[in-house]
Every structure is written in structure tokens, then in C-alpha cells.
Write a protein that binds this ligand. Structure first.
Ligand code: C2E
Ligand code: MG
Ligand code: MG
Length: 648
């Protein structure tokens, strides 16, 4: 059928597929209705056809037994064939062909026994009913135009062949009935053509409407998708994540379903941007986002960009360990990407991520922001622990100082602007009561001269990575101030765990020693065991390298953290500095016993014992009684500049 739709002009190359799909789906939906209507039509036609047995008996009684038998046979066969095909789920076109064949068979099956009748006059009128079969083909059933024309042409031909060959008829009869049959054929066929065009138009209009509906909902869907997608990386944006967070929060509150939040930050990303340019920075974020999406979605979580170089994961999880192993997988996979980053202050040559993890807990509070804040604090601690690591939220972890923001730019420029300096505090040998060593302590001043406590600026320097430069500067300055001038036999410098973890740290110490021309055995590095410091193999390897240079490794603030004993077991320290709180607690018997126990523990391990924080003569004499090797504190000497050290 070649009827062109008057309104639908579609661009074949772009959306014709979707439009064709709409047509197809409509046709499929119409299919069952068409089957039903063909079936009903056939059953009605058969009933009418069989009921014409009565007129047969009145009009052509002599051949009626034959015509009636033919009617029943044709009716039974037509119904049987149709139902069999229907049950076999034959295509609609085959059902239509069966109905068309039934029409023809009905016509011929009645016509040929009937024309044998002796009642020629009655039969000559009765033959007009042949036109009913033609109408049936063209108007009653919903055949295609072609099938209708073929069927009604057969009826027409059968009529002409019959009156020409078998049935005695006059010329007038032939002319009148012939014209009637032909005009019936023409009219019903043309109506059939119009009906088919109409049907087609209805289908195309419905398809057009469906297509437009689909297009509109598609547009709506893509708009929604766009409003939930991060333009740069293609993953979900903060808005979508906030919604997911709310859902998880509600599920946790109502049904107790636990979930985790992971905050992932790309380490030293600002430096990456400065070094490689913003385009490369964007590409780096997109690559990491794709990787995170694959890893996180395979674990059933949702990942989104939380802003800048920060990503967030929200995932239902029954235990924190599931979240921790996902976090570790993410950290490792990013490392495996091996994206070059040669501008990092910590000498690691590739892009890495730090991850903070927070898990739903009993006292998570009233608002969902609380768990995000906890993940943020955990992330802060991951950064402070040297980056490229994972930290889980723990209420006892240090919190960022709100004033820390001001310090960040200051610390990176502190050396050049001479805002940073070292002071030295003497360390006394109790055996001869002489100072043989000094501890270097860093000092920072704001441009307006205000002093900032190391307890404030050291954590910020650790978090931002500025400690790496400051730490090297401190070692070199201490070597120059104390060792090159022979002000003291030994100088101890505090080092942060991050320095020990940074690749090439031992080599940079060797370089400083060589440039200053001093022996490694005159330098001691004080390491503080803290929560943040894992027994990582890099740390142990770095300590071994430093020992190979002759540098002494001292354990600072012993007893202040959880991991003192494992540190003592894992590393051979030359000196152990007992945290001053143990000395200050000695005013009560319990505290005194504690200090005594600690001293005997260290002594049994063979380490030199140094007690810090000696503030009174009484404390000093107690330490003498306990036969402590070395002491340090305000009572013997305040931290002073290198120049004032000689005078002191
Ligand atoms: P620390 O290494 O345990 O240093 C000893 C701290 O105790 C110093 O505080 C010192 O001034 C103080 N102190 C000394 N004697 C007494 C005393 O008798 N009583 C009391 N109450 N305190 C005493 P400061 O200089 O504020 O340093 C604090 C911490 O900052 C240091 O603890 C160390 O962990 C860190 N720090 C200082 N300089 C550096 C550095 O160059 N690098 C690194 N990574 N950390 C440093
Ligand atoms: Mg120290
Ligand atoms: Mg200390």
C-alpha cells in the first residue's frame, strides 16, 4: 500500500528509526485487536452463510440438499482452518487469506450445485447474492487492498464464467446483472481503498503522537539526567548525591540499614593543575572519575563529584570493613593508573588519592550532614598522615583548626620570607651533668610578628605537605647552626612520619650531611609515634637507610600514643624520650610507679632513657634517683636561638 501520510515528513537519517519503532509497536498492539475482529467477522459470516440454507430450500428446493451440504462443509472447513492457524499464532496476513479463501469457497461451493436447479427464474434472481461475497471481501473484513481486490475479482470472474458457460441466461440478463456486478466491484473496491488509506492514516497519526510523546519524555529525561550529571566527568553531581544521601539516611533511620560515606581527594591536585595546565587537570579528573565509577558501581555504591578534586561515594554496607576494602581498592586502582605528577612536594612521582571513611554509628545525630562531616574529618586525617592512604572516622582524631586556612599560604612561603626559625633546647647527661646535645625546635611567626605554636602549625604543614620542605630546611639549618660551628656534639631534629614515608628522604639527609661535611652520627632524628603512623614498610626501609648513614633514631613522646610498644619492638631506637606527662604525674604514688615501670621496661630493652619536661629541682633529683641517662626541660634550659646557646 503506497498511501503517503500527509503530515508526517521525517528525516530518515536522524529520527526515522524511533518513528518506525513507534509504528511497529502500534502495529504490534493492533495485531491482537485485528485477530479478534477477523475471528468475529468469520464466525458471523459463517453463521449468516449457514442460515441461508432456508432461502435455498424455498428458492431452489431441488438442489437444496446439495447446496446446504456444501454450506456446512465450507463453513466447518473455514472455521477449522482459521482456528488452527489462530492457535498456531500464524501471522494476521494468513488469517486474512484464510477468510478470503473461505469467502471464495463459500461462493463457489454454493454457486455450482445451485446452477443445476430446474427453477431457472428463481435462481437468476438468487444469483444477485453473489455481490454479497464481493462486499464481504471489500467492506466486511479489514483485508489489505490487494487481497480485497483479488478476492472480489475472483467472485466477479466466477459470476461471468457461470452466466457465460453454465447458466442459461438472456443477453438482457447478462447486461443488467453484469453491469450490476461490475459497478458493485468498482464501488466496493474504491471504498476499500479509502478505508485502507484511512486506516493507515490513523496508524501514522497515532504513531506520530506516540513518537512525539516519547520525544518529549526523552527530552525531559535527558534534562533530568543533565541536572544530575557533573559536566566535566559525566558522573553524578553533588545534587544527585545529596538525594542519594537523603535516601540512605532515611533507610538507616527507619529500617536501620547501615551505610558508608567515602570522601576521596586527589592529592596535590592544585600543583598538578599548575604544572600540567587546566586541560590536563580536567582530563586527569575525568580518568579518575571513570575508574571510580567502575569500581564503585560494581560494589553497589553510588559515586559523584563533590566539587573540585573531591569525589564522594555513598554505599549501603553492613560492616565498616566492606567500606574499608572498597576504599583500599580505590586507592590501589588510582595508583595503578600511574598518572605522572612530578610536581609533588613528597617526591612520589604519580597521582594518588586520600580517602576518609565514615560509617553510620549510634550517635550519628539528627542530620545527614553529620556523616559527611565525619568523612571529611577522616579525610583531613588521611591528608595529615601523608596522603595516599585511608582513614576511618574516629571521634578522637585531631580536628582541623579553623584558623588553619590562614597558615596554608604562609607555610609554603615561610622559608623564603624568613618567618620560620629554629631554637635549641639543651639535653643534659645526668652522669656528668653536662649538655652534650640540643633539640632543635621550629618556630613560626606571622608577618605581624605573632608567634604560632608548633602544636598548631606542624599539623597544618603535615596536611598540606609543606612539612617536607620545612623538615629538610630544619635538618640543614640545625647541622649548620650546631654541628658545623661545633656548638654541641649532637643535634636532634624532630621529623614527621610523612617525611619518613616520602620517597628519597634518606637520600636528602645524606646530601645535607655531605654538603655540611658533618658525620651522620652527630645527627639524631626524633620520631613521634602517633595514631597516624602505620608500620609501613617504606618507613622501616627509610629508618634502615638513615641508620646506614650513622644517623641516630630517637623515639619521642614515648607512652603518649597507643602504639608505643609495637614501635619499640619493631625499631631499634638509640634513645627513648619519655613523654613529660609521666614525670608530671609523679606527684602521686600511682604515677610514680608508672614512671618506674616505664623506665625499667626501656632499660631492659637497652635503650638510652631521656625524660622530657623537667621543670623543678625535685623532679630532677627524682630522675637522678631513678638513674635516668638524660634529661631535658625548662629547669635546665629554655629553648633559645643558636647564638644565645653559647651564652647559656
Ligand atoms: P617535642 O618534640 O616533644 O618537643 C618538646 C616540646 O616540649 C617543645 O614544645 C618544648 O618547648 C616543650 N618543652 C621543653 N621543656 C619543657 C618543660 O620543661 N615543660 C613543658 N611544659 N614543656 C617543655 P614546642 O617547641 O612547642 O614543640 C611542640 C612539638 O612540636 C614538639 O614536641 C614536636 O613534636 C613538634 N615540633 C617542634 N619542632 C618541630 C620540627 O622541626 N619538626 C617537626 N616535625 N615537629 C616539630
Ligand atoms: Mg622532640
Ligand atoms: Mg617530646
Amino acid at each position: 500500500m503506497s498511501a503517503a501520510h500527509p503530515t508526517v515528513q521525517r528525516d530518515e537519517s536522524t529520527d526515522s528509526f524511533s518513528f518506525a519503532e513507534a509504528c511497529k509497536s502500534l502495529e504490534a498492539e493492533n495485531d491482537s485487536a485485528r485477530r479478534q475482529s477477523s475471528r468475529h467477522g468469520l464466525w458471523i459470516a459463517v453463521a449468516v452463510y449457514v442460515s441461508f440454507a432456508l432461502p435455498d430450500r424455498w428458492l431452489i428446493p431441488d438442489v437444496a440438499p446439495l447446496t446446504i451440504a456444501a454450506r456446512f462443509v465450507v463453513a466447518a472447513m473455514a472455521l477449522l482452518a482459521f482456528e488452527a492457524l489462530r492457535l498456531a499464532k500464524a501471522k494476521i496476513v494468513w488469517l486474512d487469506i484464510t477468510c478470503a479463501a473461505a469467502l471464495l469457497a463459500g461462493y463457489l461451493g454454493w454457486l455450482y450445485p445451485a446452477i443445476g436447479t430446474h427453477d431457472v427464474a428463481a435462481m437468476s434472481y438468487y444469483m444477485i447474492f453473489g455481490a454479497i461475497f464481493m462486499m464481504g471481501a471489500n467492506l466486511f473484513f479489514s483485508f489489505s487492498f490487494r487481497l480485497s481486490v483479488i478476492t472480489s475479482s475472483f467472485v466477479l470472474c466466477a459470476f461471468f464464467v457461470t452466466i457465460e458457460t453454465y447458466f442459461p441466461s438472456s443477453q438482457v440478463y447478462k447486461l443488467a446483472f453484469g453491469m450490476f456486478y461490475v459497478s458493485c466491484f468498482v464501488f466496493t473496491s474504491s471504498i476499500n481503498w479509502r478505508l485502507n488509506v484511512e486506516r493507515r492514516n490513523v496508524l501514522l497519526n497515532a504513531a506520530e503522537a506516540r513518537y512525539q510523546h516519547w520525544e518529549a519524555s526523552e527530552r525531559g529525561r535527558s534534562l533530568l539526567e543533565l541536572s544530575n550529571t557533573d559536566y566535566l566527568t559525566g558522573i553524578s553531581n553533588r545534587r544527585a548525591l545529596d538525594r542519594r544521601l537523603d535516601e540512605c539516611w532515611a533507610a538507616w533511620k527507619d529500617e536501620g540499614r547501615d551505610f558508608v560515606v567515602l570522601l576521596i581527594d586527589v592529592d596535590f591536585f592544585k600543583r598538578f593543575n599548575d604544572r600540567y595546565g587546566h586541560q590536563e587537570g580536567d582530563r586527569c579528573l575525568a580518568v579518575i572519575a571513570n575508574l571510580l565509577k567502575a569500581v564503585v558501581e560494581s560494589s553497589g555504591g553510588m559515586i559523584g563529584r563533590y566539587g573540585g578534586e573531591e569525589f564522594i561515594v555513598v554505599m549501603p554496607a553492613e560492616t565498616p570493613s566492606i567500606a574499608m576494602s572498597l576504599a583500599e581498592k580505590i586507592r590501589m586502582e588510582v595508583e595503578l593508573l600511574a598518572i605522572a605528577h612530578d610536581e609533588r612536594p613528597d617526591d612520589s612521582p604519580i597521582v594518588t588519592v586520600s580517602i576518609g571513611v565514615a560509617f553510620t554509628s549510634e550517635d550519628v545525630g539528627e542530620k545527614v550532614e553529620r556523616i559527611v562531616r565525619e568523612a571529611d574529618l577522616a579525610l583531613y586525617n588521611a591528608k595529615a598522615s601523608g596522603r595516599n592512604c585511608i582513614r576511618r572516622f574516629d571521634p578522637s582524631l585531631p580536628r582541623p583548626d579553623d584558623n588553619a586556612g590562614k597558615l596554608v599560604p604562609l607555610l609554603t612561603a615561610a622559608i623564603d620570607r624568613k618567618l620560620v626559625s629554629l631554637v635549641y633546647q639543651p639535653i643534659f647527661d645526668l652522669t656528668n651533668e653536662r649538655a652534650r646535645a640540643v633539640e632543635a625546635l621550629m618556630r613560626l611567626r606571622m608577618p605581624d610578628g605573632t608567634a604560632v605554636s608548633p602544636r598548631t602549625f606542624i599539623p597544618v604543614a603535615e596536611r598540606t605537605g609543606a612539612i617536607l620542605e620545612l623538615g629538610k630546611w630544619a635538618i640543614e639549618t640545625a647541622c649548620r647552626d650546631i654541628l658545623m660551628t661545633d656548638r654541641m656534639a649532637t643535634v636532634s631534629v624532630n621529623v614527621s612520619p610523612i617525611q619518613l614515608r616520602s620517597p628519597g628522604f634518606a637520600a636528602s639527609v645524606a646530601d645535607i650531611l655531605a654538603r655540611c661535611g658533618v658525620s651522620g652520627s652527630r645527627l639524631a632524628l626524633e620520631v613521634t609515634e602517633g595514631l597516624d603512623m602505620d608500620m609501613q614498610s617504606e618507613v622501616l626501609k627509610c629508618i634502615a637507610d638513615l641508620r646506614a648513614l650513622g644517623v641516630e633514631i630517637w623515639l619521642d613522646d614515648f607512652g603518649s600514643g597507643f602504639a608505643s610498644l609495637s614501635w619499640l619492638r619493631a625499631i631499634e631506637f638509640q634513645t627513648v624520650k619519655v613523654d613529660r606527662t609521666f614525670l608530671h604525674d609523679c606527684s602521686n604514688p600511682r604515677g610514680l610507679t608508672m614512671l618506674q615501670d616505664m623506665v625499667s621496661l626501656i632499660r631492659n630493652r637497652g635503650n638510652t632513657i631521656l625524660v622530657e619536661g623537667v621543670e623543678t629541682a625535685a623532679q630532677l633529683s627524682l630522675l637522678k634517683d631513678l638513674r635516668i641517662d638524660r634529661v631535658q626541660g625548662f629547669h635546665m634550659g629554655m629553648p633559645v636561638s643558636a647564638e644565645r646557646l653559647n651564652a647559656a
